[in-house]
Ligand binder design. Structure first.
Ligand code: 4AD
Ligand code: MG
Length: 434
């Protein structure tokens, strides 16, 4: 007879009747008389492993009774369909081999724990069911994002992490020493994607970005992942079309492929299934009016924080695109509206249900003189941007792009209260560990 093969729990259905090996960790255990029910998880799923006194030696039966949570082990047993729950598969255990016995009680038990405690034990917390589901949704979103751009004529161009200049204002820069010179952790790969767009037409980068945010909100991380497409010969309208098509595509893929995980997270997916074209498109001035109508004393020139974004997005049943913000509120690189130079050709996409801005982008200033004037106005050092302004010296071209924050998107898709659970090892204002 062939030796039992190692099978991942999500593959049990195709091994009914086979004796297999499951390699994993004890997630939970309950007993009743002659039976011990072990919930064993292996990363692909959780399987009920049934130890029946009549099937195993006394020694194995005793051992099964004393398995602590998170003991690692190899289970040998026969795969069968659950008697009542059709479509569920369990293992009738014939042997157990313990690999790692926990040195003490596993810190994360089914009882309630405080946030700080859980964050201090993030390296262990990741094993729990909900965190596992979030990791899987995040991975699916990353794959969907890559597949979208790879199949729409984009070329992946990686941006550097150590940079000589700011992109999104100087107040959120992480500074570091670079062989005696100052360098900064990148806030955004955008400026490099503008260079790349002139080489490949449609470029995107996807990687970690950094903001030394002093804000302690449920939406801000010090380190987050951003995907940034940049397209040559595209204007603000085209940019909105791209953001819309892209979001519809990645959300529907996650709904399709991660339904199980979203169920574990108890996510109401009806809101996500309404993410369809067309998205409402409003101007900043209309957004101010929405706020005023809702009783906020908002005035032209105010920036939107989380509260304002929540009120604006509550007016719509799907993501809303807000464009044409006042110049003073936006970064130096945006092109001004030729019809009204007091506003920029920018867009923010606000997610529904109070999840706020998930995309920021727009059309870039392609005129050398106006761009240099903007750099001066923002009191940025012209020489550090020499390479960037070169893009306007050598065959300048209209172009636009955007950045989507991965963590905010994961938070919205999973319906999480705080962005800290969307990143496996989040970096927050007062947390650099584990
Ligand atoms: O609006 P932001 O700052 O735009 C840029 O960085 C542009 N250079 C992008 C581009 O046009 N290529 O950031 C873009 C997105 C936000 O909409 C948000 O989703 C996310 O990045 N983001 C953050 N996510 C978590 N924590 C933070 N501190 C974030 N700051 C921005
Ligand atoms: Mg923004």
């Amino acid at each position: 007879m062939a030796l039992p093969q190692h099978v991942r729990i999500d593959q049990l259905a195709s091994h009914v009747g086979d004796t297999v090996l499951i390699k994993g960790w004890v997630y939970a255990k309950r007993s009743s008389g002659k039976l011990h029910f072990l919930q064993v998880r292996d990363g692909s799923g959780i399987a009920q492993c049934v130890v029946f006194k009549g099937d195993v030696s006394d020694e194995v039966f005793q051992q099964a009774d004393h398995l602590a949570q998170e003991t690692s082990l190899v289970v040998t047993g026969i795969v069968r369909e659950h008697q009542r729950n059709k479509g569920e598969y369990e293992v009738g255990v014939s042997a157990l081999s313990v690999i790692g016995v926990p040195v003490a009680e596993f810190p994360i038990t089914p009882k309630e724990h405080g946030v700080d405690f859980l964050m201090d034990h993030r390296h262990l917390w990741l094993r729990s069911r909900k965190q596992h589901a979030i990791l899987r949704v995040r991975a699916e979103l990353v794959a969907a994002i890559r597949d979208y751009f790879d199949s729409h004529g984009f070329t992946l161009v990686d941006a550097p992490i150590l940079t000589p200049n700011a992109c999104e204002g100087t107040s959120t820069l992480f500074e570091t020493d670079y062989h005696g010179d100052k360098a900064y952790l990148t806030q955004s790969g955008q400026l490099y994607m503008e260079a790349a767009a002139a080489a490949v037409g449609r470029a995107y980068c996807f990687g970690p970005t950094f903001r030394a945010e002093k804000s302690k909100t449920r939406r801000h991380l010090a380190e987050f992942w951003m995907v940034e497409p940049e397209v040559a010969f595209m204007d603000l309208d085209g940019d909105q079309d791209l953001a819309e098509d892209f979001l519809v595509s990645i959300i529907s893929r996650v709904l399709d492929r991660r339904a199980e995980e979203l169920k574990v997270l108890e996510r109401d997916t009806t809101v996500l299934s309404r993410v369809l074209k067309p998205f409402p498109r409003i101007r900043y001035a209309e957004a101010i009016q929405i706020l005023r109508d809702a009783g906020h004393d908002a005035k032209h020139g105010d920036d939107f924080g989380g509260d304002e974004e929540t009120v604006i997005s509550a007016r719509f049943d799907r993501p809303v695109i807000v464009t044409h913000y006042p110049v003073e509120l936006k970064a130096f690189y945006f092109k001004r509206d030729p019809n009204d130079p007091s506003v920029t050709l920018n867009m923010d996409v606000l997610a529904p249900e109070g999840y706020g801005e998930i995309i920021g982008g727009g059309q870039r200033e392609d005129d050398l003189v106006r761009l240099e004037a903007a750099i001066d106005l923002h009191q940025l050092p012209r020489d550090a941007f020499g390479w960037y302004t070169d893009l306007r010296r050598y065959g300048s071209f209209p172009h636009a792009g955007f950045g989507l924050g991965l963590e905010r998107t994961v938070g919205w898709v999973c319906g999480l209260k705080h962005v800290r659970e969307t990143n496996p090892f989040p970096r927050l204002l007062s947390r650099l560990s584990p």
